[in-house]
Design a protein around this ligand. Structure first.
Ligand code: HPA
Ligand code: ZN
Length: 326
């Protein structure tokens, strides 16, 4: 009983959470009603029953459909605020939240509506909840390089409102190198760089995220365990992996939590972290990810502290603030 209590109580940073993936069915229905948007589900229960995924794509289809109720700046604020309250309850003191502007701009929602609503919630989080919150803009990798450049262009007037860029959506068939030039430009602009790689895709995608995109962190990265040379590289360069156990379970990346490789990643000396990915869809916010994973895999107290320390080491808070935690 002491370990779950420690897992819940310890201060932690969340480094891999898509804000659109925090949209709970109840809020989807409330926003649909507020905005007069039709959704093809009769009830909250019916929508929740559709959350039976077999792989990443089966999730993404329903995740993009859910986001279609977001139209006004206040909608983006309300969504982010609901997540930030949950994060505070889980003793998350720092969160670096992904957002997918192309999901919204493609529906005619202006970039400024998206960024201003999310950023206002982040700004309120420190004084009102004691949570330090920052935004990372993700490019959708199933779309083109040209569309990513257009999105970057649209976002640059708001460049002080996000700290980095990432790469998400359908991984297999859309390797990191598709976005080599976009990431090179973002690097020149001084943004932090991350990318999803090695969730369903092969170790080769993790290598190119590192060597072509020059990312500072790898999101998921669990397939790296298949490549000993890659494991050595990740350990030596202290590249954080933002692992999402319940996401991996729900998207069938691992057949059950007991077989998750988080323990193996830690044993290999990697800077692995625990994160919720899309908590409204995968059945758990941060503390549920911690408690369920520890219960299933038998990780211990020392590994709990290691994961908390890793989350701050891997975060983009400044070095002085980091030393207070690690
Ligand atoms: N992988 C890729 N794209 C995503 C995810 C994910 O886990 N969540 C939201 N978009
Ligand atoms: Zn993700």
């Amino acid at each position: 009983e002491r370990l779950p209590e420690l897992l819940r109580a310890m201060p932690k940073a969340e480094l891999h959470m898509h804000i659109e993936g925090s949209l709970e069915p109840e809020l989807i229905f409330a926003l649909a009603q507020r905005n007069g948007v039709a959704i093809p589900y009769a009830s909250v229960e019916e929508l929740r029953r559709a959350y039976a995924f077999t792989n990443l794509q089966s999730f993404l289809d329903i995740y993009y459909a859910g986001a279609s109720v977001l139209l006004k700046e206040q909608d983006f604020y309300d969504m982010a605020w609901a997540y930030l309250e949950r994060a505070a309850a889980d003793n998350v003191v720092r969160t670096e939240m992904f957002f997918d502007p192309q999901t919204h701009t493609a529906r005619g929602v202006p970039m400024e509506t998206v960024v201003n609503g999310l950023h206002r919630a982040c700004a309120d989080a420190q004084p009102k909840l004691g949570v330090s919150a920052a935004l990372i803009l993700c490019f959708l990798r199933h779309l083109s390089e040209e569309e990513a450049f257009e999105t970057l262009e649209q976002a640059l007037p708001f460049r002080d409102k996000f700290i980095g860029v990432g790469l998400d959506s359908s991984e297999v068939g859309h390797p990191p190198e598709k976005f080599a030039r976009v990431f090179a430009r973002c690097r020149e602009l001084g943004f932090h760089l991350v990318a999803h790689a090695g969730e369903e895709g092969p170790p080769a995608y993790v290598w190119s995220a590192l060597d072509v995109l020059k990312v500072e962190r790898v999101d998921h990265g669990v397939q790296s365990a298949k490549d000993p040379a890659l494991m050595k590289r990740l350990a030596q360069d202290r590249i954080p992996l933002t692992v999402c156990p319940l996401s991996n379970l729900k998207l069938c990346v691992f057949p059950d939590l007991a077989q998750h490789n988080l323990g193996a990643l830690l044993d290999a000396g990697l800077v692995a972290t625990v994160n919720s990915d899309d908590p409204a869809y995968f059945g758990g916010y941060m503390n549920q990810n911690f408690t369920q994973t520890f219960a299933a895999t038998g990780l211990d107290v020392q590994q709990a502290w290691q994961l908390a320390a890793n989350s701050f080491e891997g975060s983009f808070i400044d070095a002085a603030a980091k030393r207070a935690y690690v």
